[in-house]
Design a protein around this ligand. Structure first.
Ligand code: PLP
Length: 346
């Protein structure tokens, strides 16, 4: 049967998600989950949503209630919002809608590895454009003919951000749409929602700032005419009744989001400073993780030794760009434990 598979699927390695040990004993700083619980209103909404009637029936395919709440909170037209089963689902829908087989997807690198997997699944070409040494986009932008371009903003693994004016210029220069992947934007000083009406689509995740990685919910903001086309591509019921209830409650509770955001940003500052004192080069981060590198020694053994000590961070190695540790901002106690163990190893 394997011979019947599309050649591009057979040829691809497949995206490897970060390790998700089921052993709760790990200090887990490897996949940028929020260390704090979701808003108590989310738990109330979920309890309310678990009725036999809600479970028996299909959910609202468009997520109308979520779109209304998010539209009000973000000050945008609910018709410009597309719901997704995590923002990865949204990225898949956009790729399927815009990129023909043999088409071209472009992304600056190093960045989110999934963009390449999406190109491979689609049978499209994938071209990377290296970030400059200080994590900006090169000017002039070298590939204007792409069917789709992805920029993670803030970027992973660097945690850096490109200003909205530069992205607006880029969206105007290129042929196919620019996807501004704002999975981490709630930890940043600025956002690009205002670009969503031009040649750009902004995507968001509730996995990080809203502490709902287990629920799977993301959304896109785009011109309503584009959203209507994307709806044709998505699974009819791509978000279930429970995730829709949780997502609406999470977005509505902006006070809670602000308070956990402030705690994470404070810990991020302390983590970056402490890593620098331990001899790491730390890129200033606008996300809920930091990218830490060393010029004097390999970091893979540190990752491995930390793991043996039940602390999980993400080791990443990008061809042509070198390697580093991407460390999620955990609670203060988790970060203290991480820094203590790391200090001992050094
Ligand atoms: C840049 C970026 N975009 C999107 C995602 C996917 O987020 P979600 O959990 O909403 O699918 C991630 C997850 O780590 C990410 O790093």
């Amino acid at each position: 049967m394997q011979n019947s598979l599309r050649p591009n699927i057979r040829a691809m390695a497949g995206y490897t998600p970060g390790e998700q040990p089921r052993d709760g004993a790990f200090v887990k700083l490897n996949t940028n989950e929020n260390p704090y619980p979701p808003s108590p209103r989310v738990l109330d909404a979920l309890r309310e949503a678990i009725t036999a009637e809600r479970l028996r029936k299909y959910p609202d395919p468009m997520g109308t209630a979520f779109r209304q709440v998010a539209g009000r909170v973000l000050g945008i037209d609910p018709e410009s919002i597309l719901i997704g089963n995590g923002s990865d689902d949204i990225l898949t829908i956009i790729t399927r809608a815009f990129v023909p087989e043999g088409g071209l997807i472009v992304s600056p690198t190093p960045s989110y590895i999934l963009y390449q997997s999406l190109a491979e699944i689609q049978g499209a070409r994938f071209q990377t454009v290296p970030y400059t040494a200080d994590w900006q986009l090169p000017t002039p932008w070298p590939v204007r003919t792409a069917n789709l371009s992805f920029v993670a903003n803030p970027n992973s693994p660097s945690g850096t951000i490109i200003d909205s004016t530069s992205l607006e210029r880029l969206a105007e220069e290129i042929a196919g749409p620019l996807v501004v992947d704002e999975a981490y934007v709630d930890f940043a000083d600025s956002h690009c929602l205002g670009l969503a009406r031009r040649n750009a689509i902004v995507t968001r995740s509730l996995s990080k700032s809203a502490a709902l990685a287990g629920i799977r919910f993301g959304y896109a903001v785009a011109d309503p005419a584009v959203v209507r086309e994307l709806v044709k591509v998505k699974d009819s019921y791509n978000c279930d009744a429970l995730s829709l209830a949780a997502a609406a409650a999470a977005v509505e509770d902006q006070d809670y989001l602000r308070s956990t955001r402030a705690r994470i940003i404070a810990t991020r500052g302390r983590l970056a400073e402490s890593l620098q004192k331990l001899g790491f080069d730390v890129t200033p981060s606008q996300a809920n993780f930091v990218w830490a590198r060393r010029s004097d020694r390999p970091v893979k053994p540190l990752y491995e030794e930390l793991k043996r000590r039940m602390i999980l961070v993400r080791y990443m190695n990008y061809a042509g760009h070198g390697d580093g540790l991407r460390v999620t901002v955990g609670t203060d106690a988790e970060i203290d434990r991480f820094l203590d163990e790391l200090g001992r190893l050094l």
